[in-house]
Design a protein around this ligand. Structure first.
Ligand SMILES: [Zn+2]
Length: 294
């Protein structure tokens, strides 16, 4: 074997090993014969990381709008349609905007982990400390520990702490299991999302220090068309849609009006299951449990 062939053989081996750690759930059926499950998910981070990085006041003010105004408008929107959302929340948001989180709990929404201060520390002990602090803070508000996360927290740690799912990757359009490579086979369900259905990609300028060329302010009508097309494709195929909203982004009035029209249009069709990520996770774990490990 030439050295190039050896190199390719090694790449193939690594790719197959990585592939084998994924368990995809083809032909996943939803409860009650629903054609599609729709998760409305909210990343309630109020630009926390930017506060920590001490970014310019204009950036910080955007995050503050999310905590003071945007989250309330989203809760009102969900309530008016009687749909339940999943709100991924950094632990420190419990200190900054506790009233809105309590209102979310009263509204029947799921509260899930979004890191302590919107970052996952590299040091294992500190990482665990952040996850436990967040779980405790969310539990004080919600009356129960979170079972889901949107983060890079390690699967083994999440599994040990009783988490059922992560919603952070997009290797498939339906939920799927990922097994860890280590000796401890920590398998966790991933509930996918994609940046194409993420408000920040369309409405957020200067996103994480991006230059002018990366700035974008999309017309809400255009976003409506794209997201409706994405919904319609999955509705016909029988599938899943995860819409990611940030209160400081989608909380602006015209964007709330767009989401109002989008949800109303989805509701005109039969077989649309609006549910929380936890409901999707419980359904997958009950009907399509992981095949190896636990
Ligand atoms: Zn976030």
């Amino acid at each position: 074997m030439s050295s190039a062939e050896q190199e390719i053989a090694e790449l193939v081996r690594v790719a197959r090993e990585y592939d084998a750690r994924h368990q995809f759930l083809e032909d996943l059926a939803w409860p009650g014969g629903a054609r599609i499950a729709v998760n409305l998910t909210v990343d309630f981070d109020a630009m926390l990381l930017r506060r920590l990085l001490n970014e310019p006041p204009m950036q910080l003010a955007k995050g503050e709008f999310g905590g003071r105004v945007g989250i309330w408008r989203l809760l009102e929107l969900f309530g008016s349609h009687n749909v339940k959302a999943t709100i991924f929340t950094p632990g420190r948001i419990c200190e900054l905007y506790p009233q809105s989180l309590r209102a979310a709990v009263r509204g029947g929404h799921e509260i899930a982990d979004h890191m302590w201060e919107h970052r996952v520390p590299k040091e294992p002990a500190l990482e665990q400390d952040h996850l436990l602090k967040t779980a405790a803070a969310l539990e004080r508000i919600a009356g129960r520990r979170p079972v889901g996360t949107r983060s890079d927290h390690t699967r083994a740690l999440l599994k040990r702490e009783g988490f059922l799912y992560s919603s952070h990757d997009s290797a498939a359009h339906l939920p799927y299991y990922v097994h860890d490579a280590g000796p401890e086979d920590s398998c966790l369900l991933n509930i996918p999302f994609h940046y194409a259905i993420d408000d920040a990609m369309f409405y957020s300028f200067a996103w994480l220090g991006s230059g002018n060329s990366a700035q974008r302010i999309t017309d809400p009508d255009r976003v409506f068309e794209m997201w409706w097309a994405a919904f319609w494709q999955q509705y016909r195929a029988g599938g899943y849609l995860n819409i990611v909203m940030h209160p400081f982004v989608s909380g602006r009035a015209l964007r709330i009006a767009m989401m109002d029209r989008l949800i109303a249009k989805m509701k005109t069709l039969p077989g649309v299951w609006f549910c929380t990520c936890e409901e999707v996770a419980q359904h997958c774990l009950a009907t399509r449990p992981p095949q190896r490990g636990q």
